[in-house]
Design a protein around this ligand. Structure first.
Ligand SMILES: [Zn+2]
Length: 309
């Protein structure tokens, strides 16, 4: 019986050849594909020999060698592939996220490498072509919240700035969250109409920002947070988006101990990804995360420097 992918003794987490084979099976389910020509099958030969490192293939059309990491976020990374695979597993299975400090301890790298790994995996989590939320007879909940701004030591200086996050979530469906400069209609309207199908029913709180935008949708319901309206019916609520924010905040404050403004969008991509793949098993979610490495090549200046500290 094959070992479960959740078993940390699985060789894909510590044997780089096994990790590469795992990565190949995810990115090339039908065999190696030339990253330049897109050719497969008998146009590809596997390079073998004492001087060749494993996992190198050659394309008969462009005559260039390649491996599975070409064109992915791992291409210019010196971090062993097994550590990427393990870090992806840990991120995929941690509901409130995992800190780089914790990852550092678990995979035996320096802090900078662990930090780099998780941020790059957040790039993998980012869906560059998300489909619209909602549709006819579907409900999309919208809400705003604030994260950050909890000072570690209030005696010193001004408390850190709070950052506004806006989220749209289809009930029983996917979420899209955004770090926004503010929560006025000028900022939110373009996001809402671009993200959610206007055939949907939009459910918001009673903020004056929403009625005009709501008119553009098939319907608009506004829930009064302060009143006891959660019990108004099985339809009139924004609990789905509120649950999303509750989990995000547990991550921001409990796991990451605040996040910087510059990186907030990366954490949002991570939490969106986990929500949007919640019906998958942890192992399947980790595989989906690794598949997201495709087509996200790093720039030279982004490539990691320290490999194993
Ligand atoms: Zn080729």
């Amino acid at each position: 019986m094959p070992k479960s992918k959740l078993d940390l003794r699985n060789p894909i987490y510590h044997d780089d050849d096994k990790a590469r084979e795992h990565f190949e099976s995810l990115l090339w389910p039908d065999g190696p594909v030339c990253p330049r020509c897109g050719v497969t099958g008998d146009r590809i030969t596997k390079l073998q020999g004492k001087s060749t490192r494993p996992g190198v293939y050659k394309c008969k059309d462009c005559r260039k060698p390649f491996s599975v990491t070409v064109g992915t976020i791992m291409e210019r990374s010196h971090i062993p592939l097994s550590k990427w695979v393990l870090a992806a597993q840990l991120m995929a299975s941690s509901k409130k996220g995992m800190s780089a400090l914790q990852l550092q301890r678990m995979i035996g790298t320096n802090y900078e490498t662990a930090w780099f790994l998780f941020h790059r995996l957040r790039e993998c989590a980012n869906n560059p072509n998300p489909g619209p939320l909602g549709g006819a007879n579907k409900v999309v909940e919208a809400d705003e919240s604030y994260v950050g701004g909890k000072a570690r030591n209030k005696a010193f200086g001004r408390p850190p700035k709070k950052h506004a996050v806006f989220a749209l979530i289809e009930r029983e469906g996917e979420v899209r969250s955004f770090h926004v400069a503010n929560v006025n209609a000028t900022t939110l309207r373009p996001i809402i109409v671009k993200t959610a199908s206007r055939k949907s029913y939009l459910m918001t709180d009673e903020s004056p920002v929403y009625p005009k935008i709501g008119d553009e949708f098939a319907g608009h319901g506004a829930v009064n947070h302060s009143a006891d309206e959660y019990v108004r019916g099985s339809f009139w609520y924004t609990n789905t988006v509120e649950s999303y924010f509750a989990l995000l905040k547990r991550g921001v404050y409990g796991t990451f101990h605040n996040v910087s403004e510059a990186h907030l969008y990366r954490y949002l991509a991570e939490f969106d990804f986990r929500h949007n793949t919640r019906k998958l098993s942890d192992a399947e979610r980790a595989e989906a995360l690794l598949r997201g490495a495709q087509g996200k090549r790093l720039l030279y200046r982004q490539a990691d420097r320290a490999a194993n500290g």
